[in-house]
Write a protein that binds this ligand. Structure first.
Ligand SMILES: N[C@@H](CCC(=O)N[C@@H](CS)C(=O)NCC(=O)O)C(=O)O
Length: 206
């Protein structure tokens, strides 16, 4: 298998983190320089279908994009430690939180950074300050939801570390580029965030 990835980009980092948690080492890493447009070449587009990283190319030539879909595929190949749930109930709860973390935290924070960090102007084209601020406000609202959840649970989807924690931690880490941090009064969220950042696998692809 080959993983098309890009240093410091948040979505490929999700896959690198999953691989590190599972100690997956037999995947060839292919660096794509998105700032130079490597992901927009006709070859890359025809292989992956979209100008995005990450993408996982299987030995039969099938290519999977979408970081969470890749993570799910890797989980089926390398089941332990489990990150996506053991049974139907747990899988649904983890997916619910993962989708919430993508839609209401990671994506808004990504748009905040893309519309406010000078280095990302080249990727975004036109940066709109109002878009950055609107998304920051929405992300902060969801941080408050997460803080309430984490007041009663060690991790986002319950009592153990899952893909939802990876998605949320990387979303928050990316926002540090523009100095957006969880407000200090969100004590449970900040406690959980430091726990996740301290995991050895957190540095993979960061
Ligand atoms: N939902 C996709 C998002 C993929 C994505 O947007 N990746 C970014 C890097 S983090 C990218 O390829 N950006 C290229 C561009 O904006 O031109 C996933 O989870 O994989």
């Amino acid at each position: 298998m080959k993983l098309y990835t890009s240093k410091r980009a948040p979505n490929p980092r999700r896959v690198r983190w999953v691989m590190a948690e599972k100690n997956i080492t037999d995947v060839e890493i292919i660096e794509i320089d998105i700032m130079s447009g490597d992901h927009k070449t006709p070859e890359y587009r025809s292989k992956v279908g979209v100008p995005h990283v990450p993408a996982l190319e299987l030995d039969d030539g099938t290519t999977i994009s979408e970081s969470v879909a890749i993570g799910r595929y890797l989980e089926s190949m390398y089941p332990e430690p489990n990150l996506f749930g053991h049974d139907a109930r747990e899988q649904a709860i983890i997916e619910m939180w993962t989708r919430r973390c993508e839609f209401y935290l990671a994506n808004p924070l990504m748009l905040n950074v893309r519309h406010s960090h000078p280095a990302l102007a080249a990727l975004e084209g036109v940066q709109v300050a109002e878009v950055a601020e609107y998304n920051r406000v929405w992300a902060e609202r969801f941080m408050r939801t997460l803080d309430r959840q984490l007041a009663d649970h060690a991790f986002i989807a319950g009592d153990r570390f899952t893909i939802a924690d990876i998605v949320a931690t990387i979303g928050l880490d990316f926002a540090r580029l523009v100095k957006v941090r969880p407000p200090e009064d969100l004590v449970a969220l900040n406690r959980w965030y430091e726990t996740c950042r301290a995991r050895p696998a957190a540095s993979a692809g960061a």
